[in-house]
Design a protein around this ligand. Structure first.
Ligand SMILES: Cc1cc2nc3c(=O)[nH]c(=O)nc-3n(C[C@H](O)[C@H](O)[C@H](O)COP(=O)(O)OP(=O)(O)OC[C@H]3O[C@@H](n4cnc5c(N)ncnc54)[C@H](O)[C@@H]3O)c2cc1C
Ligand code: FES
Length: 422
C-alpha cells in the first residue's frame, strides 16, 4: 500500500467517525425536540420524583384567628412588607401547595372617615410550607397620580395598622395555581409583587428538590422595587441549577448591569429564546395584567403546549387562551354571542347583558346595584350570590368553589336568562 492510499484510508476513517457522531447527535436532538413539541418530559430525568403535596391540605372551614408573629420589610423603598402568621395556640399549621393564597377578612376605617367597613382580600403565601408559620408579603398600593383614585384600603391598612400581636381572621390556604407534581425543569416568571407565589415555589424546590433546574425571571423597574434581593442572590449563588435573571425596565443611575440586574428591559419570550436550553420547561407566571396577557400569548405562539403554561392574576384579568378548553377546568364555556336578560330580584331591576358588559359583577355595578366584592378574581367568595333561576358560565375557573345554587359574580357571565338574588 502506498503512503497515499494509507492517507486516504485514514481520512475515510475519520470522516466515517465524524459522520457517525453527527448522526447520533442529530438523532438525540431530534428526539428531544419531538418530546418538547409534544410536551413530554425529558427521556431521562435525573431528579428523584419528590412531589408537592397533592392531597388537599387538612385546612379548616370558615375563618380562623391567626396571630402576627413578625413583620419584615423586604425592599429598599419600604413598600413591601412580610407578615409572619402563627396559630394563636402555637399548634402546627396545615400545609399548602406552593403558589396558593390565604383570604383575610377585617374591618378597616372608611376612606371618608364615616365609620368602618368589612374588607376581604387574598394574599399569596410567599414562603415554602412550614408548620411553624405562614408568610404573606404585601405591597402598598399608593393613590393614583393626581389623586384621582384613593390609596389601596387593605394594603395600606396592613402596612399602617397590622402590628406584631394583632390577630387576623383568615381562611385556609386555597387556589388552583401551584407547582405541578414532577421534576421537569421550570421557568418562574414574576412581575412586581407577583413574586410572592414564585418565591413559595422556589423555596419549596430548594427544600425538596435542590437539584431541579429553575430559571427565575423577575421583572421590576429598578433596584428600589426589587424585593427579597439578598435571598434570591444567595439561592442562585449556592445552586448552579438556579438561574436568576433580574430584568429592570427602568434602572436607576446607580444600578449596575451585571451586578444589580442582568437584563435592561421587560421579561419577554425573546429572552427565553436566547437563554433557555431546549427542554420541556413548565412556565409559571404571575404579574401585572399587561405582562401576563403578552407573555401567555407569546409562549403559545412559540409553541409551548397549553399544559405547560400556568398563570395567576392578582385581580380581574381575562387572559384569552387559544385553546381555552385545555386551560380552564370545570364547566367553563365560551360566553354567548347575543344579549341576555338578567334580573336582580332584591333590587327589582332587569337589564340586557351583552358580552361587552363583562362579568355579572361589573354588569350589576353598571346598573347601580352594589355587590360586596373582595378579590374580583374568583378567589375569596365575597361576591357569592344565589341564582334563583337560569344558568351562568365561568370564563375562568374560580379558585373558590361557590355553594350549590349560587355563583361568583366577579368571574361569571349569564349562559341563559338569569335571575339573581341581589
Ligand atoms: C389570588 C390573589 C393573590 C394575591 N396576592 C398578593 C400578594 O401576595 N401581595 C400583594 O401585595 N397583593 C396580592 N394580591 C392583591 C391583593 O389582594 C389586593 O388586591 C391588593 O393588596 C390591593 O388591595 P387594596 O385594598 O389595597 O386596594 P383597593 O382599595 O382594592 O384599590 C385597588 C386599586 O383601585 C383603585 N381604586 C380605588 N377606588 C377606585 C375607584 N373608585 N375607581 C377606580 N379605581 C379605584 C385604587 O387606587 C387602587 O389602585 C393578590 C390578589 C389575589 C386575587
Ligand atoms: S370578589 Fe372574590 S370571589 Fe368574587
Amino acid at each position: 500500500m502506498t503512503s497515499l492510499n494509507l492517507l486516504l484510508w485514514i481520512v475515510l476513517g475519520i470522516a466515517l467517525q465524524v459522520g457517525l457522531f453527527l448522526g447520533i447527535s442529530f438523532w438525540q436532538h431530534w428526539q428531544s425536540y419531538s418530546r418538547l413539541r409534544q410536551g413530554l418530559p425529558e427521556a431521562a430525568e435525573a431528579l428523584p420524583a419528590v412531589d408537592v403535596p397533592q392531597k388537599e391540605a387538612a385546612g379548616w372551614s370558615g375563618f380562623r384567628r391567626l396571630k402576627v408573629a413578625r413583620r419584615v420589610v423586604e425592599d429598599s423603598s419600604g413598600h413591601i412588607c412580610s407578615f409572619y402568621l402563627e396559630a394563636e395556640d402555637r399548634q402546627p399549621l396545615p400545609s399548602f401547595k406552593p403558589g396558593q393564597f390565604l383570604t383575610f377578612r377585617f374591618d378597616a376605617p372608611k376612606a371618608d372617615g364615616s365609620g368602618s367597613e368589612q374588607i376581604t382580600r387574598c394574599y399569596s403565601l410567599s414562603d415554602a410550607p412550614t408548620p411553624e408559620h405562614y408568610r404573606i408579603s404585601i405591597k402598598r398600593v399608593p393613590p393614583a397620580p393626581g389623586g384621582i383614585h384613593p390609596p389601596g384600603r387593605s394594603s395600606n391598612f396592613f402596612h399602617d395598622h397590622i402590628e406584631v400581636g394583632t390577630t387576623l381572621q383568615v381562611r385556609a390556604p386555597s387556589g388552583h395555581f401551584y407547582l405541578e407534581p414532577g421534576s421537569s425543569p421550570i421557568v418562574l416568571i414574576a412581575g412586581g409583587i407577583g413574586i410572592t407565589p414564585m418565591l413559595s415555589m422556589l423555596n419549596w424546590c430548594q427544600a425538596h428538590q435542590p437539584g431541579r433546574e429553575v430559571w427565575f425571571y423577575y421583572g421590576v423597574r429598578n433596584s428600589r422595587e426589587t424585593a427579597f434581593a439578598a435571598h434570591l442572590g444567595a439561592i442562585a449563588a449556592a445552586h448552579p441549577n438556579v438561574h436568576l435573571r433580574l430584568c429592570f425596565s427602568d434602572p436607576l443611575a446607580e444600578d449596575q448591569a451585571g451586578k444589580d440586574f442582568h437584563h435592561h428591559g421587560r421579561v419577554d419570550v425573546n429572552l427565553f429564546r436566547i437563554e433557555l436550553p431546549l427542554k420541556p420547561f413548565h412556565y409559571y407566571i404571575c404579574g401585572p395584567t399587561p405582562m401576563m396577557e403578552t407573555l401567555v400569548t407569546a409562549l403559545e405562539d412559540w409553541g409551548v403546549p397549553d399544559s405547560h403554561i400556568h398563570f395567576e392574576a392578582f385581580g380581574p384579568a381575562s387572559i384569552k387562551r387559544r385553546n381555552a378548553g385545555a386551560a380552564i377546568a370545570g364547566d367553563a364555556v365560551a360566553a354567548p354571542a347575543g344579549d341576555i336578560t338578567v334580573t336582580f330580584a332584591k333590587s327589582g331591576k332587569a337589564a340586557q347583558w351583552s358580552p361587552q358588559s363583562g362579568s355579572l359583577l361589573e354588569f350589576a355595578e353598571s346598573q347601580g346595584i352594589a355587590i360586596d366584592s373582595g378579590c374580583r378574581a374568583g378567589g375569596c367568595g365575597t361576591c357569592q350570590t344565589t341564582i334563583r333561576s337560569g344558568e351562568v358560565s365561568y370564563l375562568q375557573s374560580p379558585d373558590c368553589d361557590p355553594e350549590p345554587g349560587s355563583c361568583l359574580m366577579c368571574v361569571c357571565t349569564p349562559r341563559t336568562a338569569v335571575t339573581l338574588e341581589a
